[in-house]
Design a protein around this ligand. Structure first.
Ligand code: NAP
Length: 496
């Protein structure tokens, strides 16, 4: 098993400097304040299991106060000039970029990803503010003459209204900015509930938005350890007009049911089970590079993570060997230490789930090429793992792994590859490696996924529509489509 790398001793100093100016309360109506009864909950460092700090534990009443503030601010916010909303986002983009190191360190502290990756997330997350600062001034309608003449048809776009946002722990910044950016651009107010594991990044981001000029009541943030109890009344409140959620399919399904009561506009970015298909004509080195990125970005804790490698039987042994060499050479450790490639998983429960999936595959005959077990703590570390000859009924091919484990299985021809790839209830992203241009089109058309990466192991891009089909959800974030989720279309029929 690889040894776990730890940071130098002075890390504690820089952590306390980082936390010194960070608000830990609720942000409601432009004010920072404690939760009802001064309740708090602890935020842990997954690399050590130690307490980082405590933040406000918002109650049901706190949640309602946040929605009150968002509802009160909605009319004046909707009436602001698009340019003003765009400028606020632009200023926030610049502030995030200037403070990238600080944000990265905070994210690593509460979530565990290596610092270099955390910096990458700051860049990626900030880009949503820049992109939507540009979109804010491009919200347009249509004018048409009715086919029968006479009446004129005007189509206008208006903000959907107060929006509830629920974000996950795996990308604490970017999963927030890709909702907040378009909502601000469109003129929506919001109540944000970050994941209880990683509230600090969202609190720091709120500070940035406040300094960038977001008016009181537009961005309200409720941290809580009681997500269900706090959010359900808001989802059922007729004053809320939209719910946008990124997280697991199980929770997403429950929230869609709750949202049916008010027929809320809903966007769902849910779980994935991405196939990574390598055809016999692929550039093998590029495929291995792509696999490393698609599998190991964010320690494997990404909805876009390659969950199953399907490799043509003629090249499977070579691909597996090269992948195992690269995986085995990764440095595991505390993400804040120099040179670490693979940080800790988020919780001990995550380690248990990965261990269970690997044991299941091993018991069904899968071969462990490298890794294959958790590493002793403190902290939640799992060794980068490659499994070969994974049988079709192994759970690891059907359930979201959310960890550094790459199961490799084989296929004989294109039809079989497509059938295997589509044999899942999920449909977020698929990766394809081939040099055959016709095959790129054929396979992309045949894949039942919202996104396809061709000869690349990453698809996320603020200028592109991110989202899934089937049980990976609905709605798109980013691209020209991203702002539409926060706009209503109104039609005005005008007789001449
Ligand atoms: P999760 O357990 O579903 O939690 C996501 C968010 O929902 C958290 O803020 C959580 O709050 C909140 N939540 C949990 N139960 C709730 C309830 N009953 N009512 C209201 N809110 C509730 O998912 P996760 O473990 O944090 O995130 C991992 C999942 O997210 C994976 O399945 C991954 O694929 C998916 N994901 C999808 C995308 C995408 O774009 N498609 C992107 C990233 C992640 P607490 O933390 O306080 O429980």
């Amino acid at each position: 098993m690889p040894a776990v790398v730890r940071p130098a001793l002075d890390a504690a100093d820089s952590t306390s400097r980082l936390l010194a100016t960070l608000p830990t309360g609720l942000h409601i109506g432009g004010e920072w304040g404690p939760a009802q009864g001064n309740a708090t909950f602890e935020v842990l460092n997954p690399a050590t299991g130690e307490i980082v700090t405590s933040v406000a534990d918002g109650s049901v009443d706190d949640g309602r106060r946040a929605l009150d503030a968002a509802v009160a601010a909605q009319p004046s916010w909707a009436a602001t000039d698009p340019r003003e909303r765009g400028e606020i986002l632009r200023t926030a983009f610049e502030a995030l970029t200037d403070r990238a190191d600080e944000f990265a360190a905070l994210m690593t502290l509460e979530m565990g990803k290596p610092l270099a990756e955390a910096r990458g997330e700051v860049t990626y997350g900030a880009e949503f503010f820049r992109w939507f600062s540009e979109e804010a001034v491009r919200i347009a309608g249509r004018y048409a003459v009715a086919p029968s003449g006479g009446t004129r048809l005007l189509t206008m776009k208006q903000p959907v209204g107060p929006t509830l946002m629920i974000t996950p722990w795996n990308f604490p910044l970017a999963m927030g900015t890709r909702k907040i950016g378009p909502a601000i651009a469109a003129g929506c107010t919001m109540v944000i509930k970050p994941a209880h594991e990683t509230p600090l990044t969202m609190l720091a981001l709120t500070q940035v938005l406040e300094e960038a000029g977001v008016p009181a009541g537009v961005v309200n943030v409720v941290t809580t350890a009681h997500a269900g109890a706090v959010m359900e009344p808001l989802i059922r409140d007729p004053r809320a007009r939209k719910l946008t959620f990124t997280g697991s399919t199980a929770v997403g399904r429950a929230l869609v049911e709750q949202s049916a009561e008010q027929l809320l506009r809903v966007s769902m970015e849910l779980g994935g089970n991405a196939p990574f298909i390598v055809f016999e004509d692929a550039d093998l080195e590029a495929a291995v590079d792509g696999a490393m990125l698609a599998k190991m970005r964010n320690i494997g804790e990404a909805c876009t993570a390659a969950n199953r490698m399907y490799v043509h039987e003629s090249i499977a042994d070579e691909f597996t060997e090269r992948l195992a060499q690269r995986m085995g050479a990764l440095t595991v450790g505390d993400g804040s230490a120099d040179g670490v490639d693979v940080g800790p998983l988020i919780t001990p429960a995550a380690i248990e789930k990965v261990t269970e999936l690997v044991s299941d595959a091993q018991s069904r005959g899968a071969r462990t090429v490298v890794g294959g077990a958790a590493i002793d703590g403190p902290g939640n570390f799992y060794a980068p793992t490659v499994l070969a000859d994974v049988p079709a009924d192994a759970r690891v091919l059907h359930e979201e792994i959310f960890g550094p484990v790459a199961p490799v299985a084989t296929f004989r021809d294109e039809a079989e590859a497509l059938a295997l790839a589509n044999g899942t209830e999920y449909g977020l992203v698929a990766y394809v490696f081939t040099r055959d241009a016709s095959r790129v089109i054929r396979v992309s058309e045949g894949l039942e996924f919202g996104m396809v990466g061709v000869n690349q192991g990453i698809v996320s891009n603020p200028a592109a529509p991110f989202g899934g089909v089937k049980q990976s959800g609905f709605g798109r974030e980013g691209g020209a489509e991203g702002i539409e989720e926060y706009l209503e279309t109104k039609y005005v029929g005008w007789a001449l």
